[in-house]
Design a protein around this ligand. Structure first.
Ligand SMILES: Nc1ncnc2c1ncn2[C@@H]1O[C@H](COP(=O)(O)OP(=O)(O)OP(=O)(O)O)[C@@H](O)[C@H]1O
Length: 757
């Protein structure tokens, strides 16, 4: 079981334009991706707290970038039988629903629709690759937990009972009795169900005079792969959590207090579970709340991704600190494995007893958990003293239901209530000082990050290896437990059976039992070896993909040096991979390093030939997906490499044809020339917006064609909505370089009198 904790800072909303931005992403070292969130200390605005994460995504991060970096690399693991759990955590209004569900436009689609799109796409490919021997079924359940009660969202609210659905234990698993599960054949099916279910959620909340963001919404996607008698089942869960802010307002009625208590308890347990998983604890307190219990959080060899959503503005200051405290704790352990981590930690301070008796908010304890980089050597020394390196400080800031007597301390600032008018912070930051002289630049005045694309945090080998693996201790514990269980049951059987009468029989029974336990041990050892080797394979694949992603992002932001470095680091994970070697080669040439050793220089063509002869269909990108950020595309960052495209184009044309093709050099160089006959024909077909015509293009299915038409129609019907070049076409959602290239090649082939589109 592994956990990744990442933060996403949302952009300013229209009503927030001009407001004071206090949350910003940062990196531990120049040139590295964002992994730190910085926010001022509300008690002393000249100080800044730093919170470390696996990755931090800034305001410019698109839905596709987040999905590609954090979720797409794990879809393969899902199909290998691992469970995937994705949480969106944060204060109301910080973008949880936007992250998980997203908007209606293709580019705005959130994690959930993209996940489904990828699952269908991979499922289809698997069925195709196995000639239908393997079938893939997708089934959905969707429920919410409100006031600690479970309600089915796939059923109309009228069917709800006050008690909600009961839980029951079955085969060691917690099941929600009566929860419906709907089979889902494609994206359209999914969308219909999902929209209906979300309407149910809102209607039910309105009836209770509550808000839907006061419940946790949990979508479970069950993927069942059947090959003959072998059935492999795995589950992806996507959870839009209830807002994490402190709701214990003075004017809150009983209902809101009950709500708040339920939310706080479940978020508290969730944070403990995440913490325990990241520490590699054997005991995960998942049974202590309904949500974690139903999810069996931490009980499988799966992947958990926690996305902390943050609003950048001051009005969320205390709530933001609170959620940073909760979420970044899990990350603290892992960040230590990364070179050049944020170094100083401020010593824990006792909470100052401030504020009047009528203030309801619990004190925030940001200092326990902050990696403060502005406290200087003294603080660093004190921190060293205060900190026990092997036991991170506990600093839960989720508000417990009851305030302990000693916790009546108040923060120095007034409430950060998001639903009530906010008071300005008592202490102004230096940048806002009346004299206008600032010791530090205003957040708004800070230079924008150089790139729109944020590479994900580099994962050190050791941390990367945690991604998909279960630890040796876990395996050991599992084996021990299994052996003990089986032996105990054998023993029970033996003792409850009639007592043997004679000594020879006793020794025969003992021998039999010994044989069984030896056999069990042998099998468990074999199982252990298999799990280890599979986990190792998954680890390296996942790490390799991550490096490719980082390379691609570095390249897109113009940092060829880093891109080359990442590609080279990815090479051992994909030995002999032709395209990868090609990229490395081209980058070396570009950077004037062509003369340095070029391992496996001749390998690209060979590897490509090998792949072809194996029948690997790396070009198949199916249809019916929302975005190009799929795993296959992770490895395809050559969209901007025209020479590479031309080479690939030539290769494909010549290898698929038994005739001498006329699609020679001139044709290839015309690939990106909108005036070339085939490019023009392709653009005309696209701009016709006729799904039937677009479907006739090579590589386009009904869904892809329809999605493209829908998207173009969204762009408007006047001339501005036209696609003017193939480069432009590649950038459209769902397209990608490979799709465009295939369509283009289809037209070239058709005009050569061979199999056409
Ligand atoms: N990354 C983003 N890009 C553009 N707009 C965003 C982004 N994140 C959030 N928003 C916008 O911010 C507003 C609040 O977001 P959203 O409703 O997703 O928050 P939430 O945390 O889910 O709140 P709640 O807990 O009430 O459901 C919405 O208008 C949403 O469209």
């Amino acid at each position: 079981m592994s956990v990744r904790v990442v933060a996403r800072i949302r952009p300013l909303l229209e009503k927030e334009l001009g407001k004071d931005v206090i949350v910003r992403p940062d990196r531990v070292e120049e040139g590295k991706p964002f992994t730190v969130v910085k926010i001022p200390n509300p008690k002393n605005e000249t100080e800044e707290f730093s919170f470390a994460f696996n990755s931090v995504y800034d305001q410019t991060t698109t839905q596709e970038e987040l999905f590609t970096a954090e979720v797409a690399p794990h879809i393969k693991a899902l199909f290998q039988g691992l469970d995937l759990t994705i949480f969106a955590y944060g204060v109301t209004g910080t973008g949880k629903t936007h992250t998980m569900r997203g908007g209606l436009r293709l580019a705005d689609r959130g994690v959930i629709p993209r996940l489904l799109s990828n699952v269908f796409r991979r499922g289809k490919k698997l069925m195709k690759d196995t000639n239908g021997r393997t079938t893939v079924d997708v089934a959905l359940s969707y429920y919410e937990i409100y006031n600690d009660k479970v309600y089915d969202l796939l059923e109309p609210p009228e069917k709800r009972t006050a008690a909600g659905l009961p839980l029951r234990e079955k085969d060691g698993k917690t099941i929600v009795v009566g929860l419906s599960e709907r089979s889902c054949g494609d994206l359209k099916d999914f969308e219909r169900l999902y929209i209906e279910a979300n309407n149910n959620r809102v209607t039910a909340a309105t009836k209770l005079n509550a808000h839907s963001s006061r419940s946790h919404a949990i979508l479970r996607v069950k993927v069942t792969q059947t090959t003959g008698d072998v059935v492999k089942e795995s589950t992806a869960s996507a959870i839009d959590l209830a807002g994490s802010e402190d709701n214990r307002r003075t004017d809150n009625g009983k209902e809101r207090l009950v709500e708040s208590a339920a939310i706080n308890k479940s978020l508290f347990v969730l944070s403990q579970c995440i913490d325990a998983i990241s520490r590699g604890d054997k005991r995960i307190p998942y049974r202590e709340s309904k949500m974690t219990r139903i999810l069996s959080l931490g009980q499988n060899n799966g992947i958990t991704i926690m996305i902390l959503n943050l609003a950048p503005v001051r009005s969320y200051h205390l709530d933001t600190l609170s959620s940073l405290n909760v979420s970044s704790r899990a990350k603290r352990i892992e960040v230590r494995e990364i070179e050049n981590e944020v170094v100083f930690k401020q010593p824990p301070r006792p909470n100052a007893a401030l504020g009047g008796a009528n203030i309801q908010r619990q004190p925030l304890r940001p200092l326990h958990n902050a990696h403060n980089v502005h406290t200087g050597a003294l603080a660093a020394k004190a921190a060293e003293k205060a900190e026990k390196p092997d036991k991170p400080a506990k600093a839960f800031s989720v508000y417990p239901d009851k305030m302990p007597a000693a916790s009546t301390a108040r923060p120095a600032v007034t409430t950060a209530n998001t639903s009530q008018p906010r008071q300005p912070a008592l202490t102004k930051r230096a940048s806002e000082a009346a004299d206008g002289v600032s010791s530090r630049p205003s957040k708004l005045a800070r230079p924008a990050p150089p790139s729109l694309l944020r590479p994900p945090q580099p994962v050190a080998a050791s941390s990367g290896q945690q991604q998909l693996s279960i630890t040796a201790e876990q395996i050991e514990a599992m084996v021990e437990k299994k052996v003990a269980e089986i032996l105990a049951s054998r023993l029970a059987e033996a003792t409850s059976a009639p007592q043997p009468q004679t000594a020879p029989e006793t020794s025969a029974a003992a021998q039999h039992q010994h044989d069984i336990s030896e056999e069990v041990k042998r099998r468990l050892e074999a199982l252990e070896r298999r799990i280890e080797s599979e986990a190792r394979h998954d680890d390296s694949r996942s790490e390799g993909l991550r490096l490719l992603l980082q390379a691609r992002q570095a390249k897109e932001s113009g940092d060829d040096e880093s891109a080359l470095r990442f590609y080279e680091r990815a090479l051992p994970y994909f030995p002999g991979q032709a395209r990868l070697l090609g990229k490395i080669e081209r980058l070396r040439v570009k950077l004037g390093k062509a003369d340095t050793a070029q391992p496996e220089k001749a390998a690209p063509r060979k590897a490509r030939r090998q792949r072809k002869s194996r029948g690997d269909n790396e070009d198949d990108d199916g249809d019916g997906d929302y975005q190009e950020g799929t795993e296959a595309d992770v490895e395809d960052d050559a969209a901007d490499e025209k020479p590479a495209r031309a080479r690939a184009s030539r290769k494909k044309t010549t290898t698929t044809s038994s005739h001498k093709t006329s699609a020679g050099e001139g044709e290839e160089s015309a690939f990106d020339d909108p005036a070339s006959p085939h490019a023009k024909r392709l653009l005309d077909i696209v701009n016709s917006r006729d799904p039937a015509l677009i479907r006739s293009l090579h590589g386009f299915g009904a869904k892809k064609a329809q999605d493209l038409v829908d998207y173009l129609n969204l762009r408007g019907h006047d001339g501005s909505g036209r696609v003017e070049s193939l480069a432009q076409l590649r950038l459209l959602p769902g397209m990608g370089g490979r799709t465009v290239e295939r369509a283009y090649e289809g037209l070239v082939a058709a005009s050569n009198g061979r199999s056409g589109p």
